[in-house]
Ligand binder design. Structure first.
Ligand SMILES: Cc1cc2nc3c(=O)[nH]c(=O)nc-3n(C[C@H](O)[C@H](O)[C@H](O)COP(=O)(O)OP(=O)(O)OC[C@H]3O[C@@H](n4cnc5c(N)ncnc54)[C@H](O)[C@@H]3O)c2cc1C
Length: 402
């Protein structure tokens, strides 16, 4: 007999968006379970390094933040979702601080950096392990609450019932586990790991980023948008071998690193929108102005020697450690870089409460579409996870208990 469990809210995925949703649903009084494919820790969110955006600078505002998102998306984002994202960003940061996240500070205020496509300094960081700090805080808060963890139990199928939803999971022993829930939050991330494997390319992503939960929702009939718009991170690590596919934080460029071709010339605005910078690198290599890595891969230089040592020590210590372990000191010599598959811009269509086109089925984080349109800005994904994860959790709890 398959095991059968029952909760008000079932969350699928334990990245930042799933944990934010689960915690919010639980705090809203719902009984909650988080089912995830691997351990609770394994996800893309914990790999995020650079930071999270919020308009907290004196010269900044949520409206300005929204304008930058809109422009970077080439006016393809859902304006309502963008405005929610940017207006709730400061509150999301304070919520994370309340959970114990300690953002890096400078002269009594937040240390803010300018990321690609941004008109202001707006990126908060926790050193260069921001995603790790956020997921640890969310996980610890969820673990001390009354929620249930269903780790190593991937979602295999989902169906609507008279009272909500029935999810079919598979446990480590290969047994079927049925979970009945009034509402379900899909927070299973994107698909760039699988997509890169199919293309024979490198990816920055965690092996769990395979997209089958999106497919389950599409098969049910849920609507999606921009699923073809996959983002290349402009700065994948191209050398040394231990850094292949590593996402060199955009904060390297925020703190002064610039892209150079084989002749040592700057060929693009290093802090332009992601798609523009990635395309400029590909074009430069195609023009014959790239360089070759020792194992014959295409690359250009990222001149990291322009970063001040003090900035690197505060904001890039993990990146420095990783490169130095591979025998290269980025503060002493430029590093080699080439775009790498990174992020699924589109996803399931959601409304302001992160509800999909199915009642009682919510989606938040990378699995959802609209907030970034066809081109996401760096630092807005962790933010989306928190803002829409919280909204999804609260709305799912409310509907479940209505
Ligand atoms: C290397 C790297 C650096 C990044 N840096 C930044 C940054 O600095 N700032 C920023 O804003 N964004 C950054 N991003 C993007 C951002 O981290 C992610 O887009 C975001 O964290 C995704 O969160 P999520 O909760 O939607 O998904 P994830 O964190 O990917 O979590 C998805 C979860 O779903 C689970 N899952 C998958 N399939 C199933 C299934 N069938 N059943 C059950 N569970 C399943 C997974 O195991 C995982 O727990 C970075 C991404 C990477 C890879």
């Amino acid at each position: 007999m398959p095991t059968a469990l029952s909760f008000d809210v079932l969350v699928i995925g334990s990245g930042a968006s799933g944990l934010a949703a689960a915690l919010s649903a639980e705090r809203a009084g719902a009984s909650v379970a988080v089912a995830t494919k691997g351990s609770l820790q394994s996800c893309n969110s914990s790999k995020a390094q650079g930071g999270i955006q919020a308009a907290l600078g004196e010269d900044d505002s949520p409206e300005q933040h929204a304008e930058d998102v809109w422009k970077s998306s080439h006016e393809t984002a859902n304006r309502e979702l963008v405005e929610i994202l940017t207006s709730e960003a400061p509150a999301a940061i304070h919520w994370l601080e309340g959970l114990g996240v300690q953002f890096t500070r400078d002269n009594g205020g937040y240390r803010l950096a300018r990321c690609g496509g941004a008109s202001r300094k707006r990126l908060l960081q926790v050193g260069d392990r921001t995603g790790h700090a956020i997921t640890v805080a969310l996980r610890e808060a969820f673990e001390v609450g009354g929620g249930t963890e269903l780790a190593h139990q991937p979602l295999r199928s989902l169906e609507q019932t008279q009272t909500g939803w029935r999810a079919t999971l598979e446990n480590k022993a290969g047994e079927t586990v049925h979970v009945d829930a009034a509402t379900v939050v899909l927070a299973a991330g994107g698909r760039c790991y699988r997509e890169a494997q199919e293309r024979g390319e490198l990816s920055t992503n965690h092996p769990g980023a395979t997209g089958e939960v999106t497919q389950i929702a599409l098969d049910l009939g849920a609507e999606a948008r921009d699923l073809d718009a996959l983002q290349y991170h402009p700065n994948g690590g191209a050398w040394p071998a231990n850094m292949l596919g590593y996402s060199i934080p955009e904060t390297t460029r925020a703190y002064g690193a610039v892209l150079l071709n084989a002749d040592g010339e700057e060929f693009t605005d290093s802090l332009g929108p992601r798609d523009a910078v990635a395309q400029a690198i590909v074009d430069e290599v195609e023009r014959g102005k790239g360089v070759e890595t020792p194992d014959g891969r295409p690359a250009v230089y990222l001149d990291t020697t322009r970063i001040a040592e003090a900035d690197a020590e505060v904001s890039l210590p993990y990146m420095l450690r990783r490169y130095r372990a591979g025998g290269i000191d980025p503060l002493a010599e430029p590093i080699l870089t080439y775009p790498v598959l990174h992020y699924q811009n589109g996803g399931l269509v959601i409304d302001a409460n992160a509800e999909t086109t199915f009642e009682g089925l919510y989606a938040c984080g990378e699995i959802a579409g609209g907030t970034h349109g066809r081109n996401r800005m760096m630092g807005n994904s962790l933010l989306e996870c928190c803002v829409f994860g919280r909204r999804a959790g609260r709305a799912a709890a409310e509907k479940a208990r209505a």
